[in-house]
Design a protein around this ligand. Sequence first.
Ligand code: PEP
Length: 249
Amino acid sequence: MKQSVKLIAGNWKMNGLGASLGEARALSEALAAEPAACRVALCLPATLVHRLAEAVAGGVVEVGGQDCHAEASGAFTGSTSAAMLADAGATLVILGHSERRAGFGESDADVAAKVEAALAAGLEPIICVGETLDQRQAGEAVVVVSAQVAGSLPSSLSGKAFAVAYEPVWAIGTGLTPTLEQIEEVHAAVRAAMIGRLGEGGRIAPILYGGSVKPSNAAEILAVAEVGGALVGGASLKAADFLGIIRAA
Ligand code: PEP
């Protein structure tokens, strides 16, 4: 299907101090001088969300968080609610990243509950799915990812702004990427699962690819059918690298 404007989102993970915002400022200034053909977002650690929002105010860089709690408030020491992210200036939030699914035991149901919380706070969720290397080698990638989409997307997403990110776990931070055919196959399956879950409401939202995207491979990946953008980890930390990906969109 014809995709609308692509979304290129950076995920700094647990990286970045105040001084790192110079990279975000450099990105924002470069995009002001030469506008991008896509949407651009930076998803930063919660400690930097408000400072990022101030640093890029008035520009095109959108501000995101990397996780939120499923509850709106309460006795959850150390957690950040979706409303807190929105209050700090975020408009997007990554949910269900494989590092949270694996490291913090987040299930599809947990992710769906967080998506509900994000929507209630007016945030645009970027919902991550992806198979492990074992699952890929067992020929289960499409089945696993389709099940994650079905379980992680609440029906309330229909008609709302959101994105799904297909991120093969074995491609994240490894320098490995699937073949373009493999990306196309899984993205088609993700779209079918989105439509199966949300009906017509599953046709519009972009499906991002994530996993070792860099300036040198971005153009070919972003040209694959149903690739509506990219979720970028390591290569989003430096403005110059991230711009190389943005300019390929
Ligand atoms: C990610 O963290 O979502 C990611 C895709 O990381 P990288 O680009 O470094 O593989």
